[in-house]
Design a protein around this ligand. Sequence first.
Ligand code: DGT
Ligand code: CA
Length: 578
Amino acid sequence: MNSQEIAVIFREIAEILELKGENPFRIRAYLRAAERVEQLGSELEVIADKGQLTEIPGIGVDLASKIRELLSTGSLTYYQQLKKEIPEGLLKMLNIQGLGPKTVKRLYQEFNIDSIEKLEKYARSGKLGQIEGIKEKTQKNILRGIELLKEGSSRLLLPQAIKIAEDFLSQLKKLKEVEKIEVGGSLRRQKETVRDIDILVASSKPLTVIEKFTRLAPVKEILSHGETKASVIAGGDNVQVDLRVVDKKSFGSSLLYFTGSKSFNIALRGYVQKKGYKINEYGVFSVNVGAHSRAPKPLAGKTEEGIFSLLKMSYIPPELREDRGEIEAALKDNLPKLVETKEMKGDFHVHSLYSDGKNTIQEMAEAAQKRGYKYLGISDHSQSLKVAGGLSIKELKDSIEEIEKINRKLKGIKVLAGTEVDILAEGGIDYPESILKELDFVIAAIHSGFKQPKAKQTKRIISACKNKYVNFIAHPTGGLWGVRDPYQIDLEEVLKAASDYGVALEINCHPERYDLNDISAMQAKQRGVKLALNTDSHSVEQLQLIDLGISVARRAWLTSSDIVNCMSLGELEKWLKK
Ligand code: DGT
Ligand code: CA
């Protein structure tokens, strides 16, 4: 068991203790221990081996023995017993946004509500709003929270889906019967969320492939299996995986069909018909041969490239296949040259130990250097954001000094001193100009007052854009998958201000965030606003999340010239001076 997993268990213990109404100090002790354990990472085991766990601040004899038990056995008796004392449904209810342990406990004790399903029924009948202390609005928020949870769990976030698909692909590729293999569907189009995983195989022995597929390790349940396709439920996420096996001759046309999207397929079919052809999973055919020829020979079908070339259009990358004008553009050879990970020269939204990150600035810089970056912006939280260790002015000055020192040592990469400064309730900025002007760049973001009315929220962001030191707006809509709706803003107004004042908007690469999404990023590009792909990294590992931002950017038709992090250091420094 690793330190991350131990931290998850400690946090869950704290939640159970809270539901049981136990001493707040004990609860805090588990929460703090979770923090510490997580920060230590792989070092935890080294410390445990040396018998020095109790030397970690906040870890006493009792917690130390629990860590040892978890490290050596992978489970914890105390935790198992504790879980038995509380209905499982109560813990699940805690995942509902806006519902705290106190209310969950009360709902259970006074009204016997012990599951999300019961709570939903209760709320829908309007009875929840009649309970003393629960407002009509709270009832509405709880219902929305339940909906969000359901939406979140019915679709998988892209990185989770990629992981499962890679597992299947690497195992299937080893089979000698598998001649060609690709994923299709929304996963191949790199959508932010995916309902199921579609895999396509070319083989002359479909039955064997299907048989072996259903016996692979991640398969938990077989939903159906026939001669050319099978559906299974797999992995810890219980995701559906569909496999189709086709002949090599029609692999390209099947891949094109099963990659979709549905609306792209329909649009393409329309165009194909106008040209006097017919297209389906088996290939592209001349309409004239049709009925009287028993087995018409396809004009193309083996590869997608062959089909596009027969249709006299350039190859349309899967990310663009959404019927948003890509067919017309491909016919005119006018598709954008979509941005690629290798074009990225840096990252701006990166946290360090100064606020709530898990690594030092130096460690982050070295990791960025390994990725081949030419610059790395450090942007810790600002003073008002106490929960995330926001920096006082003094601490911010210290970090600037530290960055200068690091820059004297490091070669080939420049660390830029920045901040992720809070946009205050009335639109002000959480640091005075005297310190902002010492920084290389400024990212402004909303971290409070998420529920303000649209007009006010929009005004807040626009006034941040007007600040002459602000270069970026981070997570411009604030939405979190399955947790929080985006806050209300008038994106058109924000885009206008961003364009007027030369501010770039962020595509946040964190898998749980979805702002900007592909559609709003595309809108930004059309309004001449630059985009920045920002990982919001809180540790060195998270720098690789950039790939997720790349997926959004590609789906938004972005090229390197739309993206700030594709600039050379020289171009960037000029742009930052706005
Ligand atoms: P998802 O699974 O909801 O994340 O999205 P997709 O796009 O993967 O959808 P899925 O798995 O239902 O189907 C995979 C592809 O198969 C889809 O993108 C296009 C194609 N397809 C499925 N049903 C139809 C259909 O009724 N008409 C057409 N033209 N294509 C379809
Ligand atoms: Ca799918």
